[in-house]
Design a protein around this ligand. Sequence first.
Ligand code: SF4
Ligand code: ZN
Ligand code: ZN
Length: 330
Amino acid sequence: MAKCSVCQAPAVAYVRVQRRYLCRQHYLEYVEAKVERAIRRYGMVGRGQRVLAAVSGGKDSSTLLATLSRLSGRLGFELIGFYIHLGIYDYSEKSRRAAEELAAKLGVPLLALDLREVLGMGIPELAKTSRRPYCSVCGSVKRYVINAAAVELGADAVALGHNADDIAVYNMKSFLSQDLEAISKLGAKTDTVEGVAVGRIRPLYLVYEKESFLYSLLSGLPFLHEECPFVDRRQLEVELKEAVNRLEDKSPGIKMQMVTRLAKRIGDYPRPRGEVSRCPSCGLISSGGECSFCRITRRALGRPMGMEVRRRIRALAAEMGLLRASQSHS
Ligand code: SF4
Ligand code: ZN
Ligand code: ZN
């Protein structure tokens, strides 16, 4: 049996790019070191800052919350988890349980918003009334609600669980359609727009998908193994993922090269044109006129619901004692 290159204990994994075997303990430390390197290299979060981590119940968000909770003491930031119940039948119930168990195990406060409590409906109904694909509506809703939570909680950054494989695949997909503005959003960190949008960070930027999965497994973290029933297995992303993995097999390290070079050159890609404006209905970021969440909910419910979501999050945060001192009386 192979032995750990560091301590000679039985190995559980082989890290090909480093040509080393690692035991459980050293494997976990290896992944945590990658997350710490990404946070420091890309200046993701500073001392005294508050980070809101988006938790879906899946493996990447488990790895995200666990690694951040291990690093938060040393790097001096505050960590809060945020979960959205999307109302996707049994899948959402199971993912909520996984997210709650995870946060309890790690001792991280978790703010959970149930879309159905605010809107009276979840993603399936919203997608039907807006006649848009499930994932497109769901993506808009999640982006909006996570940003709204970060604004209400006075967070300095939103941490997302995108791993290196995700970034490589989105990059290739955007490149194929020459959507260079979409590539400009794939860096390790995006900027905050004061009062309307909180910058996003991707602490798993240097972590491969396989590593994230193994980290969750070896740490004994609860996570949901099944996929959302609406996931489209015929998507171009699935094929690109296979293509990137084949390339990686032939040229180990090429995937990492792609994401680190992308991070370096991110400023060279054109940013979306036009002024950043405030949604007249909810006051958060919009690319002109009403934001997409307010439009989607106006179509489904007859009125924009951004303000309701903001109020609900604020009330939940107040109940949990999570509002910052400067916010609690405003
Ligand atoms: Fe939402 Fe689509 Fe993901 Fe399901 S697969 S959670 S509908 S984005
Ligand atoms: Zn070891
Ligand atoms: Zn709005």
